[in-house]
Design a protein around this ligand. Structure first.
Ligand code: ATP
Length: 216
């Protein structure tokens, strides 16, 4: 079913933690494509510091030239807040026969019950959960139950059906976060080797992230 991975995020800014995760999942799960979807106006968290166009530009720069990495700007183009469920419904319409794997970090997975219409999500896509440092899969509660009903350890399940499975996969743990990067840049330190040079250059050229409180 020609599976595609969907990697959404604010990417404020994109860094090697995001890119390495996407690449390892692309390879391990044999995903023909990983589609990066920068959020326009995320409803569930504070507003990003770099505007959507700039975050999109950084994602484009970071992914350019890597086979199978595709940037999808639909959420940035929308004026209204973008819920994952709506984006997935659009993709499902566009690609009715393709397997869609929504990629989330374990932290995002743990907050799934707060997502808009989260119970319908698995009707539209699979869920691929990438381990992130310090997080464990829930064994009880609504997510524990969801894992009992939908969890799988078989990569073939992601290829055989277009939606409905949850697959948890460990990725190399890179302790990089966009929040830390913004603070680092605001305190005039250099983000080199934490992100692609092309992204670093955009940050340096535009001076974004300089105007925020520095850590105490
Ligand atoms: P912030 O620090 O601003 O909250 P973030 O990097 O956690 O940034 P997003 O840009 O929205 O936030 O992240 C997009 C996705 O990438 C999320 O699913 C998140 O869990 C995952 N992610 C973020 N950082 C890493 C990392 N270092 N390794 C693996 N996954 C990551």
């Amino acid at each position: 079913m020609n599976p595609m991975g969907i990697f959404g995020g604010t990417f404020d800014p994109i860094h090697y933690g995001h890119l390495r995760t996407a690449f390892e999942l692309q390879q391990a799960l044999r995903l023909q494509e990983i589609r990066f979807l920068p959020a326009g106006n995320p409803p569930h968290r504070q507003q990003p510091l770099a505007d959507a166009q700039l975050r999109l530009q950084m994602v484009r720069a970071a992914t350019e030239g890597h086979r199978g990495f595709v940037v999808d700007d639909r959420e940035v183009r929308k004026a209204s807040p973008s819920y994952s469920i709506e984006t997935l419904a659009e993709l499902r319409k566009e690609f009715p026969d393709r397997s869609v794997c929504l990629i989330v970090g374990m932290d995002a997975f743990l907050s799934l019950p707060k997502w808009h219409q989260w119970q319908e999500l698995l009707q539209l896509s699979h869920l691929v959960v990438a381990h992130r440092p310090g997080w464990r899969a829930p064994a009880s509660g609504p997510l524990g139950e969801l894992l009992v009903d939908h969890g799988t350890g078989r990569i073939a399940d992601l290829h055989d059906a277009t939606s409905g499975k949850i697959f948890i996969h460990a990725v190399t743990q890179l302790e990089i976060s966009s929040t830390e990067l913004r603070l680092l840049i605001a305190s005039q330190r250099d983000p080199r080797f934490l992100m692609p040079d092309s992204v670093r250059k955009i940050i340096m050229d535009t001076g974004c992230y300089l105007d925020q409180p520095t850590p105490k």
